[in-house]
Ligand binder design. Structure first.
Ligand code: ADP
Length: 628
């Protein structure tokens, strides 16, 4: 039978495995045991839901043979048929593997690599030839998959009585650097099982040498005896006081393929109508694909210690989908289909309870460890903001107090509650400014007056922020107000009257400027918004903002969408006075109007329509000024 080629990605990974610079080759054992345990879970679950499936005594067996340099792991789990072998062992199954490859290729940090779940292929770190003999439960044939991990693999019909899988690794010859022979020592293997796989809930059995005394004095004999080498208690079933943070961390890193320790661990049990135990983690870093549709929820469901499913979406609300870990409930009935399970109201009860725990944990972190919370928020804050505005703000009450924003109060993060507590007596609204960076926001002409009044301004640095504010509309009765939109309502009655009067008096010049701009702006007006700057652009109170225009066009969502722009001019600025002078002397001010508008565009971070014309106009003005 012809050798089948590995898929390209698999080849890359295999190549990296075989020539791995990574020293912790031990992890292959954890990966193979974890696969065996999954296979036993699957068979157990099938047996519960399908009466034609039987279950033997589930177990995992390990053995070593020095003479033939082989290490063998077998399980009586679900097994694989030809197609499974082809699909599962011919391609990379895990998304974590891609990350692993990238890390390896960039050789960023060799030590962290061991934390990735790299799956079955990791066995090629220690073996130069692998045989997988498998028979699927209820299958009529057994198959043998073999490969040297280089070009490809072969699958042929074989014989095996019982359902399950036997994997034989032909261990590599020792080199100067690596003593591969240690994987042929039962003591060594036993130690590794203890280290990495102690909590696996199925017995991991192994032939161990037991030294016994004989009747003859001073003489001992060695007997081979099969022993269960793991403790078999899942970590989450142990008492909290018996678990160290290191153990929690290891469990997380091994199971969720993260090389960062978790930020927070939640381990608790709930008794009541629906009892459950939860072991939950808040990750320290968002996975690289977190904000994409590729991200998969890392929450598992167990029932009475038996794995039921990955990605248990019904157990946590979407806005907390960064949570990882597992829920183990004794009250769920297993003899129903997964579809029915999803609708179960018990799930709903668990979800509410889990949501609440997460919220409480975050609130506490915010209160007691604000720095840690800031770290969390940098990674997952956008998620909470989306959550707050999604579905027309349906979850706003749940989430709004978990949000923090940088603000003009020391440029540090603040909650909305704290912002409100610092509001000035005469301040009605919550002010925000949208921009790419704090530096840019601080340079915005519009912000000066607001800060001058002693009002705090929230810095909206993320695209989601302004959408969120638009949907939430207010916090605690205070409207969110953009410093570059509509009427800021900062003036006293007299000031208002004054500016109104000035606008009326200058009606003609403002109209001339507007006409010169040829439909580019909705309005040209004098404004008291500005202090030291001559011009700025704002948008109408209820219109699409200039920032949203930028965002929509950058992300190609709203090709061609334009904000309604209003050009505001500072009547007290020397520049306006000069233009007015020229206008009164019947000079043509249309070129100056265009320059003025282009400057406002530049300050707002928008592109100007005709840079060549702009530069020419500026040059002409400079020549005039110099020759004067
Ligand atoms: P992962 O376990 O993340 O899916 P692996 O590369 O370790 O990735 O394994 C690929 C697939 O091969 C598994 O998802 C499983 O379907 C199958 N598999 C591996 N080992 C066994 C086994 N002992 N019994 C049954 N199926 C197995």
């Amino acid at each position: 039978m012809a050798i089948k080629q590995f898929k390209t990605e698999s080849k890359r990974l295999l190549d990296l495995m075989a020539n791995s610079i990574y020293t912790n080759k031990d992890i292959f054992l954890r990966e193979l045991i974890s696969n065996a345990s999954d296979a036993l879970d699957k068979r157990h679950y099938m047996a519960l839901t399908d009466t034609t499936i039987t279950e033997g005594d589930p177990e995992i067996k390990l053995s070593v043979d020095r003479a033939s340099r082989t290490f063998t792991i077998s399980d009586n789990g679900i097994g694989m048929d030809k197609e499974d072998l082809e699909n599962n062992l011919g391609t990379i199954a895990r998304s974590g593997s891609y990350e692993f490859m990238n890390e390896l290729e960039n050789k960023k940090d060799v030590d962290i690599i061991g934390q990735f779940g790299v799956g079955f292929y990791s066995a090629f770190m220690v073996a130069d030839h692998i045989e997988v003999l498998s028979r699927k439960v209820n299958g009529d044939k057994a198959y043998l998959w073999t490969s040297n991990g280089e070009e490809g693999y072969e699958i042929k019909v074989a014989s095996k009585e019982e359902a399950g899988t036997v994997i034989t690794l032909h261990i590599k010859e020792d080199t100067d650097e690596v003593k591969y022979s240690k994987y042929l020592s039962s003591d060594e293997i036993q130690m590794l099982v203890k280290k990495y796989s102690d909590y696996i809930r199925y017995p991991i059995k192994m032939d161990v040498e037991v030294v016994k005394a004989t009747e003859e004095e001073g003489k001992t004999k060695t007997e081979i005896k099969e022993e269960t080498v793991n403790a078999m208690t899942p970590l989450w079933k142990k008492a909290k006081k018996d678990i160290t943070q290191d153990e929690y961390d290891d469990f997380y890193m091994q199971n969720y393929y993260d090389y960062n320790k978790p930020l927070k661990t939640l381990h608790y049990s709930v008794e009541g109508n629906t009892s459950y135990t939860a072991l939950l983690y808040i990750p320290a870093k968002a996975p690289y694909n977190y904000y994409t549709t590729d991200y998969k929820l890392g929450l598992k469901l167990y029932s009475k210690g038996v794995f039921i499913k990955n990605e248990a979406k019904e157990l946590v609300s979407d806005h907390y989908k960064f949570i990882r870990g597992l829920i183990d409930s004794d009250d769920l009935s297993l003899n129903i289909s997964r579809e029915l399970l999803q609708q179960d109201h018990q799930m709903e009860a668990i979800r509410k309870s889990v949501d609440k725990r997460i919220k409480n944990t975050l609130e506490k972190m915010m209160k007691d460890e604000f720095d840690t919370y800031k770290g969390f928020f940098k990674e997952f804050g956008a998620q909470l903001k989306y959550g707050a505005y999604e579905n027309y703000g349906q979850n706003k009450d749940e989430l709004v107090d978990l949000l923090i924003f940088k603000s003009s109060n020391d440029d540090d993060y603040t909650s909305l509650k704290d912002y409100v507590s610092r509001m000035k007596e005469d301040q009605k609204d919550i002010y925000y400014a949208v921009g790419d960076s704090i530096e840019k926001i601080k340079e915005m002409p519009q912000i000066e007056r607001v800060l001058d009044k002693g009002y705090e301004v929230l810095y909206f640095l993320e695209n989601v922020d302004e959408f969120m504010a638009t949907v939430l509309r207010d916090y605690d009765g205070h409207n969110f107000k953009s410093v570059n939109k509509g009427d800021l309502d900062l003036e006293t009655e007299e000031e208002k009257e004054k500016i109104e009067k000035e606008n009326t008096e200058n009606k003609d010049i403002l109209k001339t400027i507007k006409d010169a701009l040829d439909g580019e702006v909705k309005e040209v007006r004098l404004s008291s918004r500005l202090k030291s700057h001559p011009v700025c652009l704002v948008s109408g109170e209820n219109d699409i903002s200039i920032e949203m225009e930028k965002f929509l066009n950058e992300t190609n969502q709203g090709a061609g969408i334009k904000a309604n722009k209003i050009l505001e001019i500072n009547p007290d600025h020397e520049l306006f006075k000069a233009i007015k002078n020229a206008y009164d002397k019947k000079e043509d001010i249309s070129d100056i109007a265009k320059v003025l508008y282009d400057q406002a565009l530049l300050i707002a971070g928008l592109e100007i329509k005709d840079p060549v014309a702009y530069t020419k106009a500026i040059s002409d003005l400079m020549i005039k000024a110099i020759n004067k």
